[in-house]
Design a binder for this molecule. Structure first.
Ligand code: NAP
Ligand code: ZN
Ligand code: ZN
Length: 350
């Protein structure tokens, strides 16, 4: 077994503490990754605090993982020692069902082994995530990262990146379209970068007036403060596509009204309580309301390659492990520019 040091919560009201555990020995298809950076996704906060009512403890969160491959199993062909590899939100799936065969492993109809707060394919061995010194993963569920440039800025691509890239591709965002991004946080700032890089005209809808200059620097054309709904009135029926990244309860109808004929709004944010949607919000203009969950391995690799080609990274604030609790509080207050990332080297050395 492989000794690992992690940072865990042992219950929904518990504080984080150092948690030593073991990873499995490498099987023929496995690689061992020495984790260098792990991003803090708002989903980590929801799950550490059992806001989705499905938490398994002890929990080592973290599904935005980047590090160096230090060992490979005898049958591994895609990685070699010294390569940079990434791990996102899941570490295995059945590989045989229709979604798996189509490259949507996150929708596996048998079992998707989430990177943490989940179980391996035996549906009993708990999985532990990236707030830890190393991870063992099947090579088919690891992502290739060609360069070691700005790895802290690459880590959040493994969740925030793919979660926004995937629906932006699915709804064919491109030049000549008006795109709205609701919430300028970890996911939102990536959505702005992707939509702008694909040639769309981008508006950020935000509750934080102080983020306006950043939004423009990230590639947005317009910035609308949503605390006063009157600011949205003039934009009725103006948008082709809106991506909603908000982590807390909010009114969806107010944003659906902004979609033009056949326009689509995709929910990626996951507030703990359901939202009320008026049928009128959808039947007017034949609007579409959709959802999107992370992305499969092939599309995640495509997104990483797209980012490498276009020089796209996440904007990050790198912290040491002991500052995770503070980072959670600041993320909840929308006080992060725009992703906290844990430097694992300092944690390993402690
Ligand atoms: P984040 O960094 O905290 O960003 C969320 C943003 O939402 C905030 O920066 C803030 O932007 C806005 N916001 C926060 N509270 C609000 C409120 N009460 N009313 C209106 N706006 C508010 O979180 P994240 O990591 O980007 O994650 C966002 C959500 O996506 C979370 O619920 C997370 O669990 C979910 N998620 C889903 C998937 C998926 O597969 N679908 C994947 C990853 C994450 P402003 O300051 O600009 O208003
Ligand atoms: Zn995430
Ligand atoms: Zn499957």
């Amino acid at each position: 077994m492989i000794e690992t040091k992690g940072y865990a919560v042992k219950g929904q009201d518990s504080d984080f503490e150092v948690f030593n555990f073991e990873r499995r020995d490498l099987g023929p298809q496995d690689i061992l990754i020495d984790i260098q950076y792990a991003g803090i996704c708002h989903s980590d906060i929801h799950q550490a605090r059992n806001e989705w009512k499905n938490s398994i403890y002890p929990m080592v969160p973290g599904h935005e993982i980047v590090g160096r491959v230090t060992k490979v199993g005898s049958g591994v062909t895609k990685f070699k020692t010294g390569d940079i590899a990434g791990v996102g939100c899941f570490v295995d799936s059945c590989r045989k069902c229709d979604p798996c065969k189509q490259g949507f492993e996150q929708c596996c109809t048998v079992h998707c082994a989430f990177t943490y707060n989940g179980t391996e394919m035996d549906e009993s061995t708990p999985t532990y995530g990236g707030y830890s010194t190393n991870i063992v993963v099947d090579e088919d569920y690891a992502l290739q990262i060609a360069s070691d440039e700005n790895l802290a800025g690459v880590a959040p691509l493994l969740c925030a990146g793919i979660t926004t890239y995937s629906p932006i591709r699915r709804f064919k965002v491109g030049p000549g379209q008006k795109v709205g991004v609701i919430g300028l946080g970890g996911l939102g700032h990536m959505a702005v970068k992707f939509a702008a890089s694909m040639g769309a005209n981008v508006t950020v809808f935000s509750t934080s007036p102080s983020k306006e200059a950043d939004a423009k620097a990230l590639g947005a054309d317009d910035f609308v403060v949503t605390k006063d709904p009157a600011n949205l009135k003039a934009l009725t029926s103006a948008y082709d596509f809106i991506i909603d990244t908000v982590s807390a309860p909010h009114d969806l109808n107010m944003y659906l009204a902004l979609l033009k004929l056949n326009g689509s709004m995709v929910l990626v944010g996951v507030p703990e309580d359901p939202a009320a949607v008026s049928a009128f919000s959808l039947i007017s203009n034949n609007r579409i309301l959709a959802g999107s969950g992370i992305g499969g391995i092939p599309e995640t690799q495509e997104m990483l390659d797209y980012c490498a080609e276009h020089g796209i990274f996440s904007d990050v604030e790198v912290i040491t492990m002991d500052r995770v609790p503070e980072a959670y509080e600041r993320t909840i207050k929308s006080d992060v520019r725009y992703r906290f990332v844990i430097d694992m080297q300092s944690f390993s050395d402690q």
